[in-house]
Design a protein around this ligand. Structure first.
Ligand code: SF4
Length: 314
Protein backbone atom coordinates (compact mmCIF):
# COMPACT_ATOMS: atom_id res chain seq x y z
CA UNK A 1 0.00 0.00 0.00
CA UNK A 2 1.21 3.52 -0.79
CA UNK A 3 2.36 5.02 2.56
CA UNK A 4 0.55 8.27 1.73
CA UNK A 5 -2.84 6.49 1.49
CA UNK A 6 -5.64 8.32 3.31
CA UNK A 7 -6.92 5.89 6.01
CA UNK A 8 -10.52 6.62 4.96
CA UNK A 9 -9.88 6.12 1.23
CA UNK A 10 -10.98 2.91 -0.54
CA UNK A 11 -7.29 2.11 -1.05
CA UNK A 12 -6.70 1.52 2.65
CA UNK A 13 -6.44 -2.18 3.47
CA UNK A 14 -7.99 -3.92 6.50
CA UNK A 15 -6.63 -7.32 7.47
CA UNK A 16 -8.49 -9.49 9.96
CA UNK A 17 -6.30 -12.39 10.99
CA UNK A 18 -6.30 -15.25 13.45
CA UNK A 19 -3.05 -16.79 14.69
CA UNK A 20 -1.75 -20.32 14.15
CA UNK A 21 -2.96 -21.39 17.62
CA UNK A 22 -6.35 -19.63 17.48
CA UNK A 23 -9.17 -22.10 17.93
CA UNK A 24 -6.92 -25.10 18.55
CA UNK A 25 -7.84 -25.42 22.22
CA UNK A 26 -4.46 -24.13 23.43
CA UNK A 27 -5.13 -22.05 26.58
CA UNK A 28 -5.55 -18.36 25.64
CA UNK A 29 -5.61 -19.35 21.94
CA UNK A 30 -8.71 -17.39 21.09
CA UNK A 31 -7.43 -14.12 19.70
CA UNK A 32 -7.68 -12.35 16.37
CA UNK A 33 -6.20 -9.10 15.08
CA UNK A 34 -7.54 -6.22 13.00
CA UNK A 35 -4.73 -4.43 11.15
CA UNK A 36 -5.01 -1.29 9.05
CA UNK A 37 -3.64 2.23 8.55
CA UNK A 38 -5.04 4.16 11.49
CA UNK A 39 -7.10 7.34 10.99
CA UNK A 40 -6.10 8.33 14.54
CA UNK A 41 -2.31 8.21 14.34
CA UNK A 42 -1.72 7.82 10.59
CA UNK A 43 0.43 4.74 10.90
CA UNK A 44 0.10 0.98 10.71
CA UNK A 45 -1.99 -0.14 13.67
CA UNK A 46 -3.30 -3.39 15.00
CA UNK A 47 -5.92 -4.09 17.64
CA UNK A 48 -6.56 -7.44 19.22
CA UNK A 49 -9.68 -9.11 20.55
CA UNK A 50 -10.70 -12.36 22.22
CA UNK A 51 -14.09 -13.96 22.66
CA UNK A 52 -14.99 -16.64 20.14
CA UNK A 53 -14.97 -14.82 16.79
CA UNK A 54 -11.36 -15.81 15.97
CA UNK A 55 -12.20 -19.47 16.52
CA UNK A 56 -15.40 -19.17 14.51
CA UNK A 57 -13.62 -17.46 11.61
CA UNK A 58 -11.33 -20.48 11.38
CA UNK A 59 -14.28 -22.87 11.63
CA UNK A 60 -15.71 -20.93 8.69
CA UNK A 61 -12.56 -21.79 6.74
CA UNK A 62 -10.58 -18.53 6.97
CA UNK A 63 -7.21 -17.86 8.61
CA UNK A 64 -7.22 -14.25 7.44
CA UNK A 65 -9.37 -11.83 5.46
CA UNK A 66 -8.00 -8.92 3.42
CA UNK A 67 -10.48 -6.14 2.67
CA UNK A 68 -9.90 -3.37 0.12
CA UNK A 69 -12.15 -0.92 -1.74
CA UNK A 70 -15.45 0.50 -0.56
CA UNK A 71 -19.06 -0.51 -0.99
CA UNK A 72 -21.55 2.11 -2.23
CA UNK A 73 -24.15 0.83 0.22
CA UNK A 74 -23.94 -0.81 3.67
CA UNK A 75 -22.91 -4.47 3.47
CA UNK A 76 -21.76 -7.30 5.66
CA UNK A 77 -19.51 -10.23 4.87
CA UNK A 78 -20.84 -13.73 5.43
CA UNK A 79 -18.18 -16.44 5.85
CA UNK A 80 -19.51 -19.99 5.61
CA UNK A 81 -17.40 -23.12 5.24
CA UNK A 82 -14.84 -21.61 2.88
CA UNK A 83 -17.23 -19.29 1.00
CA UNK A 84 -17.34 -15.49 1.37
CA UNK A 85 -20.49 -13.66 0.34
CA UNK A 86 -21.26 -9.94 0.42
CA UNK A 87 -24.71 -9.33 1.93
CA UNK A 88 -26.96 -6.28 2.20
CA UNK A 89 -26.59 -4.53 5.58
CA UNK A 90 -28.90 -1.58 4.91
CA UNK A 91 -31.39 -2.74 7.60
CA UNK A 92 -28.61 -2.82 10.21
CA UNK A 93 -26.94 0.52 9.44
CA UNK A 94 -27.36 2.92 12.37
CA UNK A 95 -27.92 0.12 14.87
CA UNK A 96 -25.84 -0.22 18.00
CA UNK A 97 -23.48 -3.21 18.02
CA UNK A 98 -25.68 -5.38 20.26
CA UNK A 99 -28.84 -4.71 18.23
CA UNK A 100 -27.09 -5.34 14.92
CA UNK A 101 -25.52 -8.56 16.21
CA UNK A 102 -28.90 -9.92 17.37
CA UNK A 103 -30.62 -8.85 14.14
CA UNK A 104 -28.03 -10.45 11.83
CA UNK A 105 -28.09 -13.74 13.79
CA UNK A 106 -31.89 -13.69 13.75
CA UNK A 107 -32.10 -12.98 10.00
CA UNK A 108 -29.51 -15.65 9.19
CA UNK A 109 -31.50 -18.11 11.30
CA UNK A 110 -28.21 -19.45 12.62
CA UNK A 111 -27.77 -19.21 16.38
CA UNK A 112 -24.19 -20.49 16.01
CA UNK A 113 -23.02 -17.55 13.87
CA UNK A 114 -20.58 -15.14 15.52
CA UNK A 115 -20.48 -11.48 14.55
CA UNK A 116 -17.72 -8.87 14.44
CA UNK A 117 -19.60 -5.60 14.21
CA UNK A 118 -19.26 -1.82 14.14
CA UNK A 119 -21.55 0.74 15.80
CA UNK A 120 -22.80 4.27 15.15
CA UNK A 121 -19.44 5.81 16.17
CA UNK A 122 -17.64 3.86 13.43
CA UNK A 123 -20.31 4.76 10.87
CA UNK A 124 -19.74 8.45 11.71
CA UNK A 125 -15.97 7.91 11.25
CA UNK A 126 -15.04 8.73 14.84
CA UNK A 127 -11.26 8.38 15.02
CA UNK A 128 -11.60 6.57 18.36
CA UNK A 129 -14.10 3.98 17.12
CA UNK A 130 -13.47 0.27 17.57
CA UNK A 131 -14.66 -3.14 16.37
CA UNK A 132 -16.83 -5.24 18.70
CA UNK A 133 -17.36 -8.99 18.50
CA UNK A 134 -20.03 -10.90 20.46
CA UNK A 135 -21.40 -7.53 21.64
CA UNK A 136 -18.75 -7.00 24.32
CA UNK A 137 -15.25 -7.94 23.12
CA UNK A 138 -13.35 -5.04 21.59
CA UNK A 139 -10.52 -4.71 19.10
CA UNK A 140 -10.18 -1.24 20.45
CA UNK A 141 -7.24 0.85 19.44
CA UNK A 142 -6.36 3.34 16.70
CA UNK A 143 -9.79 4.00 15.22
CA UNK A 144 -9.68 0.76 13.24
CA UNK A 145 -13.48 0.45 13.35
CA UNK A 146 -13.88 3.78 11.59
CA UNK A 147 -11.91 2.36 8.63
CA UNK A 148 -14.50 -0.42 8.42
CA UNK A 149 -17.17 2.29 8.64
CA UNK A 150 -15.54 4.18 5.74
CA UNK A 151 -15.91 1.03 3.63
CA UNK A 152 -19.59 0.66 4.62
CA UNK A 153 -18.75 -2.74 6.09
CA UNK A 154 -21.14 -3.08 9.04
CA UNK A 155 -20.24 -6.61 10.10
CA UNK A 156 -18.55 -9.91 9.43
CA UNK A 157 -20.59 -13.01 10.25
CA UNK A 158 -18.73 -16.28 10.62
CA UNK A 159 -20.39 -19.65 10.62
CA UNK A 160 -19.17 -23.10 9.74
CA UNK A 161 -18.18 -26.52 10.86
CA UNK A 162 -14.69 -27.01 9.49
CA UNK A 163 -12.27 -28.96 11.66
CA UNK A 164 -9.18 -27.14 12.93
CA UNK A 165 -6.72 -30.02 12.84
CA UNK A 166 -3.15 -30.27 14.12
CA UNK A 167 -0.40 -31.68 11.91
CA UNK A 168 0.99 -33.76 14.80
CA UNK A 169 -1.71 -34.36 17.38
CA UNK A 170 0.44 -36.15 19.95
CA UNK A 171 3.16 -33.51 20.01
CA UNK A 172 0.58 -30.74 19.95
CA UNK A 173 -1.24 -32.18 22.99
CA UNK A 174 1.99 -32.44 24.93
CA UNK A 175 2.85 -28.77 24.22
CA UNK A 176 -0.72 -27.80 25.13
CA UNK A 177 -0.41 -29.59 28.47
CA UNK A 178 2.90 -27.84 29.08
CA UNK A 179 1.26 -24.43 28.45
CA UNK A 180 -1.60 -25.31 30.78
CA UNK A 181 0.79 -26.27 33.58
CA UNK A 182 2.86 -23.10 33.20
CA UNK A 183 -0.28 -20.96 33.46
CA UNK A 184 -1.71 -22.73 36.52
CA UNK A 185 1.60 -22.99 38.37
CA UNK A 186 2.24 -19.28 37.91
CA UNK A 187 -0.66 -18.22 40.15
CA UNK A 188 -1.51 -15.09 38.16
CA UNK A 189 -4.32 -17.07 36.53
CA UNK A 190 -6.12 -17.25 39.90
CA UNK A 191 -5.77 -13.50 40.46
CA UNK A 192 -7.12 -12.83 36.95
CA UNK A 193 -9.91 -15.36 37.38
CA UNK A 194 -11.17 -13.94 40.68
CA UNK A 195 -10.60 -10.24 40.06
CA UNK A 196 -10.29 -9.81 36.27
CA UNK A 197 -7.67 -7.60 34.65
CA UNK A 198 -8.72 -4.84 37.08
CA UNK A 199 -6.67 -6.77 39.66
CA UNK A 200 -3.93 -4.51 38.30
CA UNK A 201 -5.54 -1.30 39.61
CA UNK A 202 -4.28 -1.58 43.21
CA UNK A 203 -0.92 -3.09 42.19
CA UNK A 204 -0.19 -0.35 39.66
CA UNK A 205 -1.48 2.37 41.98
CA UNK A 206 0.80 1.18 44.78
CA UNK A 207 3.72 1.50 42.37
CA UNK A 208 2.72 5.07 41.53
CA UNK A 209 2.14 4.46 37.81
CA UNK A 210 -1.68 4.63 37.58
CA UNK A 211 -2.83 7.29 35.07
CA UNK A 212 -4.72 9.79 37.22
CA UNK A 213 -6.48 13.10 36.42
CA UNK A 214 -5.34 13.20 32.81
CA UNK A 215 -1.90 11.88 33.76
CA UNK A 216 -1.27 14.87 36.02
CA UNK A 217 -0.70 12.35 38.80
CA UNK A 218 0.30 8.68 38.95
CA UNK A 219 -1.51 7.81 42.18
CA UNK A 220 -5.27 7.76 42.84
CA UNK A 221 -6.23 7.91 46.51
CA UNK A 222 -9.55 6.15 45.81
CA UNK A 223 -8.11 3.37 43.63
CA UNK A 224 -9.45 0.59 45.84
CA UNK A 225 -13.01 1.70 44.99
CA UNK A 226 -12.43 0.95 41.28
CA UNK A 227 -10.32 -2.18 41.75
CA UNK A 228 -10.97 -5.75 40.64
CA UNK A 229 -11.56 -6.62 44.28
CA UNK A 230 -14.35 -4.01 44.45
CA UNK A 231 -15.93 -5.35 41.22
CA UNK A 232 -15.93 -8.85 42.74
CA UNK A 233 -17.69 -7.53 45.87
CA UNK A 234 -20.32 -5.42 44.12
CA UNK A 235 -21.30 -5.97 40.47
CA UNK A 236 -19.74 -9.29 39.43
CA UNK A 237 -22.17 -12.03 38.39
CA UNK A 238 -19.46 -14.48 37.30
CA UNK A 239 -16.08 -14.72 35.56
CA UNK A 240 -16.26 -15.32 31.82
CA UNK A 241 -13.65 -16.46 29.33
CA UNK A 242 -12.72 -16.46 25.68
CA UNK A 243 -12.78 -19.65 23.62
CA UNK A 244 -11.14 -22.58 25.46
CA UNK A 245 -9.45 -20.31 28.00
CA UNK A 246 -8.77 -21.73 31.45
CA UNK A 247 -8.13 -18.30 33.01
CA UNK A 248 -11.55 -16.69 32.44
CA UNK A 249 -10.49 -13.13 33.20
CA UNK A 250 -13.64 -11.59 31.62
CA UNK A 251 -16.29 -10.11 33.94
CA UNK A 252 -20.00 -10.74 33.51
CA UNK A 253 -21.45 -7.85 35.51
CA UNK A 254 -24.80 -6.28 36.34
CA UNK A 255 -25.54 -2.62 36.95
CA UNK A 256 -29.04 -1.17 37.42
CA UNK A 257 -30.67 -4.30 36.00
CA UNK A 258 -28.47 -4.42 32.88
CA UNK A 259 -26.18 -7.42 32.45
CA UNK A 260 -23.15 -7.15 30.18
CA UNK A 261 -19.36 -7.51 30.27
CA UNK A 262 -16.62 -5.37 31.75
CA UNK A 263 -14.93 -3.35 32.98
CA UNK A 264 -11.34 -4.32 32.21
CA UNK A 265 -8.34 -2.66 33.83
CA UNK A 266 -7.98 -0.15 30.97
CA UNK A 267 -11.59 1.04 31.21
CA UNK A 268 -11.15 1.39 34.98
CA UNK A 269 -8.19 3.74 34.71
CA UNK A 270 -9.52 5.67 31.71
CA UNK A 271 -13.05 6.39 33.01
CA UNK A 272 -11.99 6.08 36.66
CA UNK A 273 -8.65 7.37 37.93
CA UNK A 274 -7.87 9.43 34.82
CA UNK A 275 -11.19 11.30 35.18
CA UNK A 276 -11.02 11.36 39.01
CA UNK A 277 -14.09 9.09 39.21
CA UNK A 278 -14.33 6.45 41.95
CA UNK A 279 -17.83 5.06 41.32
CA UNK A 280 -17.37 1.61 39.80
CA UNK A 281 -21.01 1.42 38.67
CA UNK A 282 -20.76 4.61 36.65
CA UNK A 283 -17.50 3.46 35.09
CA UNK A 284 -19.18 0.18 34.15
CA UNK A 285 -22.15 1.99 32.62
CA UNK A 286 -19.78 4.10 30.51
CA UNK A 287 -18.06 0.86 29.43
CA UNK A 288 -21.40 -0.71 28.37
CA UNK A 289 -22.29 2.43 26.41
CA UNK A 290 -18.95 2.45 24.59
CA UNK A 291 -19.42 -1.20 23.58
CA UNK A 292 -22.87 -0.40 22.19
CA UNK A 293 -21.71 2.66 20.26
CA UNK A 294 -18.45 1.12 19.03
CA UNK A 295 -16.13 3.43 20.98
CA UNK A 296 -12.75 2.47 22.42
CA UNK A 297 -13.01 2.88 26.21
CA UNK A 298 -9.35 3.90 26.59
CA UNK A 299 -9.48 6.71 24.01
CA UNK A 300 -12.95 7.84 25.14
CA UNK A 301 -12.01 8.03 28.83
CA UNK A 302 -8.67 9.69 28.08
CA UNK A 303 -10.35 12.26 25.79
CA UNK A 304 -12.86 13.15 28.53
CA UNK A 305 -10.01 13.38 31.08
CA UNK A 306 -8.15 15.78 28.77
CA UNK A 307 -11.28 17.89 28.32
CA UNK A 308 -11.70 18.04 32.11
CA UNK A 309 -8.18 19.36 32.61
CA UNK A 310 -8.55 21.88 29.77
CA UNK A 311 -11.84 23.12 31.29
CA UNK A 312 -10.22 23.39 34.74
CA UNK A 313 -7.40 25.47 33.29
CA UNK A 314 -9.77 27.64 31.29
S1 SF4 B 1 -10.35 -14.97 29.15
FE1 SF4 B 1 -8.72 -13.48 29.58
S2 SF4 B 1 -6.81 -14.66 29.71
FE2 SF4 B 1 -8.36 -15.92 28.65
S3 SF4 B 1 -7.98 -15.51 26.45
FE3 SF4 B 1 -9.64 -14.15 27.15
S4 SF4 B 1 -8.56 -12.25 27.67
FE4 SF4 B 1 -6.99 -13.86 27.60
Amino acid sequence: MDPSTDPFSPENVVVIASGPLTGTGVPLGSRYEVITKSPLNGTLTSANSGGVFGWKMKKAGFDAIVITGKSETPVYLLLTDGDAEIMDATPYWGMKTGEATDAIIRDLGDAGARISCIGPADEKLSRIACVINEKTRAAGRGGIGAVRGSKNLKAIAATGTQIIAEADEERFNSVKEDFRKKITENGIDQALHHYGTAVLVNIINENYILPTKNFQSAHFTEADKISGEEIAKTILKKPKGCYACIVQCGRLTEVDGVTSEGPEYESEWAFGADCGVSDVKNITKANYLCNDLGLDTISTGATIACLMEMAEKG
